[in-house]
Design a protein around this ligand. Structure first.
Ligand code: GTP
Length: 237
């Protein structure tokens, strides 16, 4: 298999307190659906969507992690190898807002500095808001994060969140390649589908939506040139 035949995949973890809308956001983005029912995530779940960035197919692998603390030990292990992160809090849940810095720290512990966005979900419920607009803006500035307000229910700004992360990730990769054209040794946590190992994020989704560990996540792109093929030596950090 030629290196350029390999498709690029970006592992994105979505984190935040329970019931802020993480699963709903991923479902909305990957399946185009929204349900009112709350079914708390046990451990982790996984969905994916392919998008085009700069004329190249990018596969976004979205990891839905449980917000409940009881699952912390399990979910942290799944942050490893993530290349982008969505930090979510809910408009109607003050505690979820106050927990954002702690979630950011947990992801950073495993992944270092990866492209990250701050998301205030459920803005369709502004009349019940427990967080002031200015407070959220201030937090985003303090953490130096791009900030989106979304309503998964009304499908507002959800696509923008993931598009931004994909762009940001590719920007970083490009900058790295330009900085170190000889070595091909990226410094941020990343993998591409050629070299990742079974412990990294190489999961297969089964029909029922659960995940299964599998071998390296390779996929042919039928000769379509992959701009990141030069990163064939990427490794998990
Ligand atoms: N009004 C409104 N409700 C939402 C929105 N997004 C999600 N919800 C609802 O919020 C509840 C919790 O959503 P989930 O997506 O299950 O929350 P979660 O963050 O994945 O929760 P855990 O699995 O416990 O971590 C569900 O009843 C959703 O229907 C939104 O934008 N607006």
């Amino acid at each position: 298999m030629r290196e350029e035949d390999v498709e690029t995949a970006i592992k994105v973890v979505v984190v935040g307190n329970g019931a802020v809308g993480k699963s709903s956001m991923i479902q909305r983005y990957c399946k185009g659906i929204f349900t009112k029912d709350y079914k708390k995530t046990i451990g982790v779940d996984f969905l994916e969507r392919q998008i085009e960035v700069n004329n190249e197919d990018i596969r976004l692998m979205l990891w839905d992690t449980a917000g409940q603390e009881e699952f912390d030990a399990i979910t942290k292990a799944y942050y490893r190898g993530a290349q982008a992160c969505v930090l979510v809090f809910s408009t109607t849940d003050r505690q979820s807002f106050e927990a954002i810095e702690s979630w950011k720290g947990k992801v950073e512990d495993e992944c270092g500095d990866i492209p990250t966005v701050l998301v205030q979900n459920k803005i369709d419920l502004l009349e019940d808001a427990k967080v002031e607009t200015e407070e959220a803006d201030t937090l985003a500035k303090k953490l130096k994060l791009r900030f989106y307000r979304t309503s998964v229910k009304d499908n507002l700004n959800v696509d923008d969140v993931f598009r931004y992360l994909a762009d940001k990730y590719l920007e970083r990769v490009q900058a790295m390649v330009e900085e170190e054209p000889q070595t091909n040794q990226p410094k941020i946590g990343m993998f591409n589908t050629v070299t990742s190992n079974a412990n990294s994020s190489t999961k297969k989704k089964e029909d029922n939506g659960t995940i299964q560990l599998s071998g390296p996540n390779k996929r042919r792109t039928h000769g379509k040139k992959n701009p990141l093929s030069m990163l064939g030596k990427c490794q998990l950090l």
